[in-house]
Design a protein around this ligand. Structure first.
Ligand code: PMV
Length: 362
C-alpha cells in the first residue's frame, strides 16, 4: 500500500464522533540535521521513543456537505489557538492528495502536553504524531479505510514526517530509524521503521533524565537550522558520518555494547552543535551550564565506570541516558551534582511504548 494514498470512503453528512490519543516525544541518538525537498532527511537517524513527555489530543469530527475550505478549530490546554489551527490547516492543505475528504469534515481538536510549555522538549514530534495517529484512526474506524496495523503505522509515520520531520520516529514503540541507507533493510526517507524487535534488553527500559538548563525561546527554529546545512562547509562529510553512525548505532542497539553507545551518542550531540557553530550565521546553542553538566557527566563516568551518556537537541538542555541497572547511582549524581547545584530542572523520562488510544481526555 502506498502510505500517501487514501483508500477509504467519505461517510454521509451528519456522521460524527471523537477519538483520543497520546503520543510521546523521541530523543535522537544519531541526529537528523539537514533536509531537502518535501521534508526529506539528508541522512539517516535513529531514536528512542520516550514515555512521559507526551501530547494528548482529542479529535472530534463531523462530516458535512462539501465546504469551500478546510475547517479546523483548535484548543491547546483549554485555550482556543487560531494560529495553531492555521498551522494544521496548512499541513492538511499541503497534503490534500493524501486527505481527499478534508472539505467534507469539520475538525474540533483539543490538545495538551504532559511536560511544561517551553521546557525545551520538542513538542512538535509528540503533537504532530498524535494528531496524525488520531486522524488515521478515524480513517480506519469511520471511513472504512482497510489497512493492516503495519500499513496504518507506515501511513501515520509518512504523514507525521510531512507535518514535522522527526515526528515520524515517535510513532513506534521503543526505537525507530528514519532515512534511506543501503545497509539498513526496509529503510526509507519517506517514513520511519520500527526497531523494537531487535532492540537489546538493556535499552528497553533505558532512562532519559532531561535537565532543563534554560527554558527560553529557541534562538533558531529547527526549519532555519536544517536550512543552514545547505551551505555548511562540512555538510557532505557530516551526512556521510551520520549515515555511518546510524548503521553503527543500530548494531550497538542490537548487541547492547554500552561503551560504543556512549561514544556515538555524545559524538552525535557535539557534532550537531559544532554544525550550528560553523554555519553562517553561526549559533552557540549551549549555555555555560550545559558545559558544566557535560563535564560532570564525563567525570562521574570516569570515576564510577557507569555508562551514563549525555545528548543534546538543538538547544541548551541536556538529556542524560543511562541503564536501569545503575538508576539509583545516576539519580543521586544528577540530583546532588546537577539539580542541587542549580544547573537545571529535572524531567525524568525513559524509553516507552509509543502512541496509545485513550478513553478519556482528563
Ligand atoms: O523534526 P525537526 O525538524 O524538529 O528536527 C529535529 C532535529 C533534532 O532534534 C536536532 C535531531 C533529531 O533527529 O531529532
Amino acid at each position: 500500500m502506498n502510505p500517501s494514498s487514501f483508500q477509504g470512503h467519505i461517510p454521509a453528512p451528519g456522521t460524527f464522533g471523537e477519538v483520543i490519543w497520546s503520543s510521546p516525544s523521541n530523543i535522537a541518538l544519531t541526529k537528523y540535521w539537514g533536509k531537502h525537498g518535501h521534508q526529506l532527511p539528508r541522512n539517516a537517524s535513529v531514536s528512542f521513543t520516550l514515555s512521559e513527555a507526551k501530547t494528548i489530543t482529542k479529535v472530534k469530527f463531523e462530516f458535512v456537505q462539501r465546504m469551500d475550505d478546510v475547517h479546523v478549530d483548535f484548543w491547546f490546554e483549554g485555550e482556543e489557538k487560531p494560529d495553531f489551527a492555521d498551522r494544521i490547516v496548512q499541513f492538511f492543505k499541503r497534503n490534500e492528495s493524501s486527505f481527499p475528504y478534508l472539505k467534507y469534515v469539520k475538525w474540533s481538536i483539543s490538545s495538551k502536553n504532559t511536560f511544561p510549555h517551553s521546557s525545551g522538549i520538542a513538542s512538535s514530534a509528540s503533537a504532530m504524531s498524535c494528531l496524525v495517529m488520531a486522524v488515521v484512526d478515524i480513517e480506519r474506524r469511520f471511513m472504512s479505510f482497510d489497512m493492516t496495523d503495519e500499513e496504518a503505522m507506515k501511513r501515520v509515520s509518512f504523514l507525521s514526517r510531512l507535518a514535522s520531520g522527526s515526528a515520524c520516529r515517535s510513532v513506534y514503540p521503543l526505537a525507530a530509524e528514519w532515512g534511506e541507507n543501503p545497509q539498513i533493510e526496509d529503510s526509507s526517507d519517506l517514513y520511519a521503521i520500527s526497531f523494537a524487535k531487535e532492540l537489546h534488553e538493556v535499552f528497553r527500559n533505558y532512562h532519559d533524565d532531561i535537565l532543563i538548563v534554560s527554558d527560553t525561546e529557541k534562538q533558531v527554529s529547527s526549519s532555519a537550522g536544517h536550512q543552514l546545512m545547505e551551505d555548511n562547509p562540512f555538510a557532505a562529510v557530516r551526512f556521510q558520518q551520520a549515515n555511518d553512525n546510524t548503521v553503527r548505532m543500530m548494531e550497538v542497539l542490537r548487541t547492547g555494547d554500552l561503551t560504543s553507545f556512549v561514544e556515538i551518542v555524545e559524538s552525535e550531540a557535539l557534532t550537531l552543535h559544532a554544525l550550528m557553530m560553523t554555519s553562517q550565521p553561526s549559533y552557540v546553542l549551549m549555555r555555560p551550564d550545559t558545559l558544566s553538566v557535560i563535564e560532570k557527566v564525563r567525570a562521574f563516568r570516569e570515576k564510577t565506570e557507569i555508562p551514563i551518556a549525555f545528548t543534546l537537541d538543538a538547544g541548551p538542555n541536556v538529556h542524560l541516558l543511562y541503564p536501569d541497572a545503575h538508576a539509583d547511582q545516576c539519580r543521586a549524581f544528577i540530583q546532588t551534582e546537577c539539580v542541587d547545584k542549580g544547573l537545571g530542572r529535572l524531567i525524568s523520562d525513559h524509553v516507552g511504548f509509543g502512541p496509545e488510544r485513550l478513553s478519556s481526555f482528563e
